[in-house]
Design a protein around this ligand. Sequence first.
Ligand code: PEP
Length: 266
Amino acid sequence: MSHRPKLVVANWKMHGSATANAALLSALTAGLATGCRSEVAVCVPFPYLGQAREFLSKSAIAWGAQDVSEHAPGAYTGDVSVEMLEDFGASVVLVGHSERRVFHAESNERAAAKALRALHGALRVVFCVGESLAERQAGVTDRVVRGQLRALLSGLMPQMMGQLVVAYEPVWAIGAGNAAKPEDVQEVHAVLREQLQRVDAKMGSACPLLYGGSVKKETAARLFELPDVDGGLIGGASLVAPEFLAIVAAADAACGDQVKAHGYSQ
Ligand code: PEP
């Protein structure tokens, strides 16, 4: 078990409606009202940021977006800037999710540029890395995830690491129904941990490393007890309140006596 507090981040992807979100957010605030040891954040589609703010701003649950522009405000039709997210009160953003990398041709360099802009501001960045099935079968998983993270770390100032979260999400496990094997998850997380520690030993040891890819309430506890797994990035299961709350409960149980870190709640 790690000595870092656990963090559970919901990725709603392109799901939701005003009615469904209200029910889900109400259930989350009620379910977590008596407090939990873990940090919890919800990343919603842009049109629902207002609803997230309305329901969560007085709770301990952080909220934010699933993508952000790498540019300063300007002539970028359809994009949303770091300044806008901050102005709105969001505190967290996902960057480099594989669905952005695959469907929007986001390169390692572009994902890194987005993350660096957000880290220059006050946002907490959940930076996603992960290999495809073909890459895993070819035995190049470590090289792929290292390359994705290196693109970011090469421009990172060590003091930014306090705002950085890295999520390992094997592409083949996302939405697949089955998570990666715990031993494989730990192996990749150890690679990422070492890479982070080489930038700054103390900050790299403290940087939260999340696992994402078909985490369910049945599998969460086993994953969260791994030494270098500090929580989860949860897709499908984050849309079902009892499932998500059970995953947060598994994170709480894995926290041991650790208390929630400060400075992340809204
Ligand atoms: C994700 O998309 O970030 C994710 C982890 O999805 P799922 O939990 O549905 O596999």
